[in-house]
Structures are given as C-alpha cells and as structure tokens.
Design a protein around this ligand. Structure first.
Ligand code: AMP
Ligand code: ZN
Length: 137
C-alpha cells in the first residue's frame, strides 16, 4: 500500500524525518516545509492514495475527523484566529505531491496570505445548466 518513489510515503513511514505533530497507526501529521502561515501542517495517510478519488470512503471519514481534532488542538495551542482546510486534487487544482494530503492552515488576523479565488458572475441560465449537468433534472 506504499509507492516506492513517493516522498510522502517515506515521510509517513518515518523513513524521511519530518516535524511530526501527531501520529497513529494510519496517519502522520507533519509541519509543511513551505508553510502558508505559522503552523501550516499536512495530514498524510500512511497508505498511498494519489488523491481524493483513490481515498477509500472510510479513510475520508477518518481524515475529516482528524482534521477537526488537529484544528481544535492547533487553534488552542497556536492562538490562531481562523483556519483553512485545503485539499488539492490534480495538477489543474494545484496538487504538486501526488499522495493524498489535507492541508491544515491556521489563519491569523492580517497574516497577509491569500487562499481563495476570484469570484465569477454566472447567469441564472448558466447556473441552471451546471445544476442539470451535475444533478440531472
Ligand atoms: P500540494 O500543492 O497540495 O500538493 O501540497 C504539497 C505541499 O507539500 C506543499 O505545501 C509543500 O510545501 C509541501 N511539501 C513538499 N515536500 C515536503 C516535505 N518534504 N516535507 C514537508 N512538506 C513538504
Ligand atoms: Zn505515497
């Protein structure tokens, strides 16, 4: 369940050192080496799944529960003012390491980071078309 040439597999297994802030049988949570803000961390499953689409449903539930648990601890310990959970899938979405991971990003008033998007302005017709494409009639 690990991939030979995957750096996050090696970090999750403890073969490459990391600043680990939590570990259990299935997950390791590490500090990001290129943090958006102070305390930016990553949840890594120890099994290799390239992205959300490969992640088993049971693991997806565990990841979100772990994210909540870590965010709660980090908010308390770091005294941050807000929190972003970010999870990128595919190059087009900004994924650079193709081993599933969830970003835990503490936010501070005036931290100067921009994590977001430019809002579009679709017409009601466009929204209706998209709705039908995804959800049917
Ligand atoms: P993503 O763009 O969603 O694939 O995120 C990859 C993240 O992994 C980036 O925030 C990187 O800073 C981080 N990263 C890459 N290599 C390492 C590493 N060896 N240890 C810790 N974080 C890393
Ligand atoms: Zn991997």
């Amino acid at each position: 369940m690990v991939k030979d040439d995957c750096i996050f597999c090696k970090i999750a297994a403890g073969e490459i050192p990391s600043k680990t802030i939590y570990e259990d049988e299935k997950y390791r949570v590490i500090l990001d080496l290129g943090p958006a803000t102070r305390g930016h961390a990553l949840i890594l499953p120890k099994n290799h799944y390239a992205n959300l689409f490969e992640l088993p449903e049971e693991d997806a539930k565990e990841v979100i529960c772990l994210a909540k648990k870590m965010a709660t601890i980090m908010k308390d310990k770091l005294g941050c003012d807000g929190f972003n959970l970010v999870q990128n899938n595919g190059e087009a979405a900004g994924q650079t390491v193709f081993h599933f991971h969830m970003h835990l990003i503490p936010r501070y008033e005036n931290d100067g980071q921009e994590i977001g998007w430019k809002p579009g302005s679709p017409s009601q017709d466009e929204l209706e078309e998209i709705k039908k494409q995804i959800a049917g009639e």
